[in-house]
Design a protein around this ligand. Sequence first.
Ligand code: ATP
Ligand code: MG
Length: 327
Amino acid sequence: MSRIFSGIQPSGSLHIGNYLGAVKNWAELQHKYESFFCIVDYHAITVPYEPADLRARTADMALGLLAAGLDPSKCTLFVQSMVPEHTELAWIFNTLTPLGELERQTQFKEKASKEQSVPAGLLNYPVLQAADILLYRAELVPVGEDQLQHLELSREIARKWNTRFDPPKQAYFPEPKGLLTPARRIMGLDGQAKMSKSLGNTVELLEDPKSIWEKLKPAVTDPKRVRRTDPGTPEVCNIYHLHKAFSPTETVDHVAVQCRSAGWGCIDCKKVLHESMEKELIPIRARAAEIAANPAKMKKDLAAGADHARAVASGTMKEVKEKMGLA
Ligand code: ATP
Ligand code: MG
């Protein structure tokens, strides 16, 4: 069975972009692959944060992931800092990664532009990500589109390490490939940038219906639909793309017709989207309530996940160190 690995930062609340681009897919893939899913708290400390918030967010993220359908009896769900081998392998990969490659990563440039003083950890973020994936020698990585550039670097790091330290086969680490969903890049409701925990432009997966509606009402649509009677172009509208992710095909087709003919105003279209979202989100909220009622079970599941991850990770590190002449 092929292995998959993916991670999510506890840098804020799990949102519908994370869910549609990655986590919903994880819940399906856990039945087909040997799956490792990681709450990457060492990644989240590369930007300013409060320790007490981080602990709470890590627990909230675990709750959200379980509510979204991850099943600890089917997959290995764990917190990165509970498995120290991640940072150990990251150091090794740091010695192989060209500085120039790190400096040209889009995510680094975006996040660094917001900081007065840029920590080296932000630059080295993709090296730790390569270690996360390769520690489990995962072949597939289900992520959103924004992570493809980092993944390309993970492949390059795997190739470099294999060439240098795994003669003659040069194949110890597989070159991991990305797995995308049709909703690979969900935009924020302001229509300005991708939906991101750190940008505050999100709809949270566990947000209450009223608050979701308050966000949907002013959300940006086709900018050329100024008046109610102006016909629209669904393809340029974020709401239409959310329909594609949440509504049944007949509704999506109907939305397109109503938009192009100005049969519906944008508010009508948003009401239908809200209903479709509720259909998917109500069972997730119900599961979240059940999980929240038993925090001891969640803690136990995460500890068991970390134990299993550590067993695999320490096996990899042993072989890596042997091949590299380390103690
Ligand atoms: P941050 O702003 O702190 O970087 P984020 O919202 O980008 O948070 P990550 O933890 O960096 O979330 O990413 C978790 C997963 O969600 C990754 O696989 C990423 O590709 C995916 N993802 C993040 N944002 C989106 C989006 N807007 N659309 C689709 N997938 C997304
Ligand atoms: Mg991100």
